[in-house]
Design a protein around this ligand. Sequence first.
Ligand SMILES: Cc1cc2nc3c(=O)[nH]c(=O)nc-3n(C[C@H](O)[C@H](O)[C@H](O)COP(=O)(O)OP(=O)(O)OC[C@H]3O[C@@H](n4cnc5c(N)ncnc54)[C@H](O)[C@@H]3O)c2cc1C
Ligand code: SF4
Length: 510
Amino acid sequence: MANLILILGDQLSHHLSALEGADPATDRIVMAEVHDEASYTNHHKKKLVLVFSAMRHFARELTGKGWQVAYYRYDPDSPHKDLLSVVQEQVLSLSPDKLVITECGEWRLDNQIRKWFDALGVPVEIRPDSRFIAGKAVFARWAEGRKQLRMEFFYREMRRKTGLLMTPGDEPEGGHWNYDADNRRKWKGQPPAPAPFRVEPDDITREVITLVDGHFRDHFGTTDDFHFAVTADRAREALDHFIDFALPCFGDYQDAMADQEDWLFHAILSPYLNCGLLDPMEVCEAAERAWYAGQAPLNAVEGFIRQIIGWREFVRGIYWLKMPEYASENRLDNDRSLPWFYWSGETGMHCLHRTIDSTRRNGYAHHIQRLMVTGNFALLAGIKPEDICDWYLAVYADAYDWVELPNTLGMVMHADGGYLGSKPYAASGKYIHRMSDYCGQCRYNVNHTSEEDACPFNALYWHFLDRHKDDFSRNPRMVMMYRNWQRQDPDHRNATLERANWLLDHLDEL
Ligand SMILES: Cc1cc2nc3c(=O)[nH]c(=O)nc-3n(C[C@H](O)[C@H](O)[C@H](O)COP(=O)(O)OP(=O)(O)OC[C@H]3O[C@@H](n4cnc5c(N)ncnc54)[C@H](O)[C@@H]3O)c2cc1C
Ligand code: SF4
């Protein structure tokens, strides 16, 4: 036998680097649903169904192409609790020349695999993950010598590198790099948001649903109404659905939130991109084609492509540049525990209730809900970064440490001291009111700050600014906020701070 190739649950791509040059006649593939990977966090039940079912479908496709695949199904009584033990068994029985693997996405597992040689006694070849546009070394070179890293400049490099939305003269299409200023409309029910793409579960998925309901009962969320794609073909249909029905309005309503619409005009493609069913370049090229064909406006297409070749690549670059120290950053010295309502959804704050409820049902909430509702509240309330990071890692179907951690710890919590973002995304209830219709359904009054019925975001916002004045009052992007705070009547300021202190002492009751 030649090589043993290990394929992980987020590496379900036929063009994976570990498969390059491999020979189905001699090489053997191993895939495994193991306890340690399924349980290192309280993964949403829908994420477990998606990953296990997609793995089983992928293994079937590989077998159909002539590969020999040793597939270990999840078994709670299996002696193989972790990947090393599975690989050890395969190495013992097959005596391969070496183990080949594509570098894994998470530092935790990557760190383990880099030590496997001693345990296995055969060489371990770890290949770069070519599914990303900027390799780790490319990002590190770009970051070298820069005091602060800004996504916008990195994004322009990625535009040039990929040629996406670039003219033959190497200028950005339309004359601007970024059309974000056009992407801030409130959605008032028109145009109607498209129904999300759905795939009805087949036999394999139904079997996995039963398994997850049986063995992962205590995990967050529900398997009810599971309708994610679990194969690359179906994920491509989901991409087509997005391009045809949602992309034209993606830009305009990118920052909008709506009480009765879980998905609005978002792509809902991150679960597929992150487990390998879709390739980032194919997704961006499909969006670019829609613009050239006149099917979607530039603000939508540029905004969408920026999320993928800009933000997605940028946060991955930061993750690998800064781990493992990054995970324990807490520059704002937060020490409060996560309120229980993040898990139960039981809170009178309607925006939080709805966001957590959709998270529980769907394993999904769109970016602005994650950033400006659940994230903003955790920032204002001074929640410990590790608590809120654990929550985000558990509750979303697209959650993987490399993308969740920089978004939560850096973008939302500003716990890295501004490495990822130049200012915290702190906002009062006014922002949520402007971008959604949540406040009309809420027991709190968004126009009040210190009264008993006042929206908690309001007093907490001013308290956040006040308690972090040494950190932020000289930040040029926050000077205006501090000026507004200083201009307020001292009695009013005291009443606001008093209300905030009460709120902070009673977070679980809000
Ligand atoms: C606190 C917090 C935690 C997050 N955790 C995750 C996570 O675990 N996994 C994850 O994939 N995304 C995460 N994001 C980013 C973003 O919210 C999701 O990628 C997006 O909501 C996925 O839904 P969509 O496919 O409908 O995205 P769309 O809004 O339609 O965007 C299109 C695509 O762009 C990419 N993208 C957009 N924003 C980001 C971003 N900030 N970082 C990386 N990629 C981005 C995604 O691949 C997404 O599919 C997080 C954001 C925040 C604020
Ligand atoms: S009033 Fe405040 S808590 Fe209620 S929905 Fe609006 S922003 Fe959220």
